[in-house]
Unconditional design. Structure first.
Length: 440
């Protein structure tokens, strides 16, 4: 007999043939059974070979529906790849295409969202709450929503949100972003917003998770199970859904013409091909990774939506290679960080050609003038203009600025991966980290 209780963290009961299991989620039980039921907060369960009896917080027997998880054991196998992280990086063209297929109406040239029982036209303010990599999706979403919909956006890390007594008035849309849908800080922030009467939406990869069941509008990502602790394919799928939300909000607020929306649909449809093109440079990134692996400190620079991408690149490197890394808005270098520059500090510059290219390159030249070793990630035009004298360059396809974050996610992921491999660290299970942070 095994007794389990749910209080704060998720708990799932798995039903087999003459056996029962307890686990944190459907993915954990996938190699054992696909017949599962989810416990509610405060439930406890007595599991035996004959089955499981669930009780609520008042010790009354309750029955929860047994559902098919749909997660196969094959989904938690590496296949021909050395690590789950590499497998999941390479899955991005497919899963981003699957996610976009749920939101793009190619024939009507529109971006659609699931049915909702509130009107986006009534939204006057957006608050995006997330942790870690998902918070950088929120930062990029801020650029998109304010650009397209002209609605003010606030982005906060979930662990800080409740403790600063945020002002949450009517007309606010609270958006939570989470791969697992069980992140403790984000779930607590969601419940805080709901208690304040805020309309909520969730960009979530696990449709049966706690957050997915509690938000007013579920915006699912179709990334499939993500095993590697460092988020990769979940990140790009979250970006695709955030773009869809931005476009729908813009249309609802009367800020987007049909012609502009048709152009956005076309560019979003090009994202999977752009990601695939970026993956073709894997060998080039692997070849230059040892140059970065020797460093003790690394800086990432970007402007506009590439600033959150710089933060994401630095986080990836920290997570799996244990090299200290920081991401900065390129224009902030002069306000302190430039003091760190010397020949031992590689600087990764994200600079797709476009309206911000010249300013980013100007900041890059300041780094080089002080002996910094620059790795430039740009398209062919950008590298032709500014690539001379760099430690290394990584060539990306020429893409529309809207989908640049999805495409430029690939080189920062691969760079972190190959640097970690060069250092011999545990890529899929880095020290001190867990895939889903279900405690505060």
């Amino acid at each position: 007999m095994l007794i389990g209780a749910r209080l704060g963290s998720p708990l799932v009961v798995g039903y087999g043939d003459g056996e029962a299991y307890l686990g944190s989620d459907a993915l954990a039980l996938a190699p054992l059974t696909q017949r599962i039921s989810y416990l509610e907060e405060g439930d406890w369960v007595v599991a035996t070979r004959e089955g499981a009896q669930v009780y609520d917080a008042d010790n009354n027997p309750v029955t929860h529906e047994i559902v098919a998880s749909g997660v196969s054991a094959a989904a938690v196998e590496k296949g021909p790849y050395r690590h789950f992280m590499l497998k999941e990086i390479y899955e991005q063209p497919v899963v981003v295409a699957q996610t976009l297929r749920s939101y793009l109406r190619r024939i009507e040239e529109q971006v659609a969202l699931p049915q909702m029982d509130f009107s986006l036209s009534s939204i006057e303010r957006v608050v995006i709450i997330a942790c870690g990599t998902a918070s950088y999706v929120g930062m990029i979403g801020k650029y998109w929503i304010e650009q397209f919909a002209r609605v003010p956006v606030e982005v906060d890390v979930a662990s800080e949100f409740r403790y600063r007594e945020p002002v949450l008035g009517p007309g606010t849309l609270g958006v939570v972003v989470s791969q697992s849908g069980e992140t403790a800080d984000t779930l607590a922030a969601l419940r805080h917003m709901k208690a304040q009467g805020v309309t909520t939406a969730g960009i979530i990869n696990v449709p049966t998770s706690s957050m997915a069941r509690e938000v007013d509008l579920l915006l699912p990502t179709m990334a499939g199970p993500e095993i590697g602790v460092a988020s990769t394919k979940a990140f790009t799928c979250q970006l695709a859904v955030m773009a869809a939300l931005s476009v729908n909000l813009a249309r609802a607020k009367g800020k987007l013409s049909p012609a502009d929306e048709a152009e956005i649909v076309r560019h979003l449809g090009e994202a999977p091909a752009g990601i695939n093109h970026a993956l073709a440079h894997d060998a080039d990134i692997e070849a230059m990774a040892p140059l970065v692996a020797q460093a003790r400190d690394v800086l990432y620079l970007g402007r506009g939506p590439d600033y959150p991408m710089a933060l994401e690149g630095a986080l990836k490197l920290k997570e799996i290679s244990y090299i200290h890394a920081e991401g900065y808005a390129a224009g902030e270098m002069k306000h302190g960080p430039i003091a760190l520059i010397d020949e031992a500090v590689p600087v990764i510059v994200l600079a797709p050609s476009g309206p911000l290219f010249e300013k980013t390159v100007s900041n890059m030249q300041e780094v080089r003038a002080r002996g910094g070793k620059v790795v430039l990630i740009s398209d062919a035009d950008g590298i032709a203009e500014a690539g001379e004298g760099c430690l290394a360059t990584i060539t990306m396809p020429v893409v529309h600025p809207l989908i640049a974050p999805l495409v430029y996610a690939v080189p920062v992921q691969l760079l972190a991966y190959h640097v970690a491999c060069a250092k011999g660290t545990d890529v899929d299970q880095p020290r001190n980290l867990a895939k889903s942070v279900t405690v505060e």
